[in-house]
Design a protein around this ligand. Structure first.
Ligand code: GLA
Length: 393
């Protein structure tokens, strides 16, 4: 690896961001999500149409379709599972859709070698008007722990007059008291600068409003979420929202770009499609192990935009633990074109090996730059490994 690179990285972390983390309180130390969470969430495809049967079939399909083996872990029910509170104040699941309640479902998901997640809201009601956790933080955390929940997403609807850092800290503390390892996913849409207090409060925090299954929405989120890379580190991740891959609103090239860009941003990769019926193309995209390895790299640095060779053409780069970089050549225009990444912009010196992470092939050793033809609204994603000789320069 280039001997200069770690130094450049340190300099970038200290001076380049203007937001050195040392000004913040320590990270949440629950030991979880040391790499960005990988899993599936019901919202993007199913909205309120959730049931125990859907979750069971999804868990089965994650095993048979190879998602579990590719690293997907959490199966998360989003909004609409809950209908009321009982006399003891405990949340009650919709008994028609979740016969027997949530615990047997969590047990089923665990029996498949997966983990189980659930949704609540820090306000009085969820976004779909179901009971929220405001004022019931401790009993809800306890209930989730008793059910075997491994991941909680807490939303921010119906929270008028409440202070986000305070409310999310309350639930963080309640989860700690419940004494079960539970990943804490903060979802206040980036509306209260969560990149400032999120790292000491949760394992991930949404940076933007909801994603739509459209290129323009995905790109707008990329531009916003990438501004907060300094806040990400192992255990604490910017969350640009769940994946739309396979939901039908984008082309395959656009979905490949979406997946590649989320990986280079070290984003949580929560599939949001119907995995029971997905096409082979969608499955192959979601289970691309070389792209997932970029997302899951142990260095835990969020990649960033390093070069704009021309309007609508961008080069994104993420440093990896072995001294290589994951590089995404992004063509935001509507015409296929050649994109060039220069070694200077990437901080690479001398000869470097280039491997294409979508064709799974070695492209060769290059000096100075790498060029590729990139489809309209598409990417080429490579891993660039400086040769040892270059590292000694
Ligand atoms: C908000 C969240 C979404 C989803 C819905 C559920 O919009 O941002 O991700 O959880 O609520 O109602």
């Amino acid at each position: 690896m280039s001997a200069r690179f770690p130094m450049l990285l340190c300099l970038a972390l200290v001076f380049g961001t203007g937001h050195a983390r040392s000004s913040y309180a320590p990270l949440l130390d629950n030991g979880l999500a040391r790499t960005p969470p990988l899993g599936w969430n019901s919202w993007n495809h199913f909205h309120c149409n959730v049931s125990a049967q859907l979750i069971r079939e999804t868990a089965d399909a994650m095993v048979s379709g190879g998602l579990r083996d590719a690293g997907y872990e959490y199966v998360v029910i989003d909004d609409c599972w809950q209908v009321a509170r009982d006399r003891a104040g405990r949340l009650v699941a919709d008994s028609a859709r979740f016969p027997g309640g949530i615990k047997p479902l969590a047990d089923y998901v665990h029996s498949k070698g997966l983990k189980f997640g659930i949704y609540t809201d820090a306000g009085r009601l969820t976004c779909q008007g179901r009971p929220g956790t405001y004022g019931s933080e401790e009993i809800d955390a306890r209930t989730f722990a008793e059910w075997g929940v491994d991941y909680v997403k807490e939303d921010w609807c119906n929270s008028e007059g409440l202070d986000a850092p305070t409310q999310y800290a309350k639930f963080r503390d309640a989860l700690a008291k419940a004494r079960r390892p539970i990943v804490f996913s903060i979802c206040e849409w980036g509306s209260n600068q969560p990149w400032e207090w999120g790292p000491r409060t949760g394992n991930l925090w949404r940076t933007t409003g909801d994603i739509g299954d459209r290129w323009a929405s995905m790109i707008a989120i990329l531009d916003l979420s990438s501004q907060h890379g300094h806040a990400a580190s192992p255990g604490a991740w910017n969350d640009p929202d769940m994946l739309e891959v396979g939901n039908g609103g984008m082309t395959d090239d656009e979905y490949r770009a979406h997946f590649s860009l989320w990986a280079v941003m070290a984003a949580p990769l929560m599939a949001g499609n119907d995995v029971r019926t997905m096409t082979a193309v969608t499955r192959d995209m979601l289970t691309n192990k070389e792209v997932i390895a970029v997302d899951q790299d142990s260095l835990g640095v969020q990649g960033m935009l390093v070069q704009e060779p021309a309007p609508d053409l961008q080069v994104w780069s993420k440093p990896l633990a072995d001294g290589s970089r994951a590089v995404v050549l992004l063509n935001r225009s509507g015409l296929q074109t050649v994109v060039t990444a220069s070694w200077r912009a990437l901080g690479v010196r001398g000869s470097a090996r280039v491997r294409d992470l979508w064709t799974h092939s070695d492209v060769g050793a290059m000096t100075d730059r790498f060029n590729a033809t990139v489809p309209a609204h598409g990417v080429v994603m490579v891993r660039i490994t400086p040769s040892l000789e270059a590292g000694r320069n």
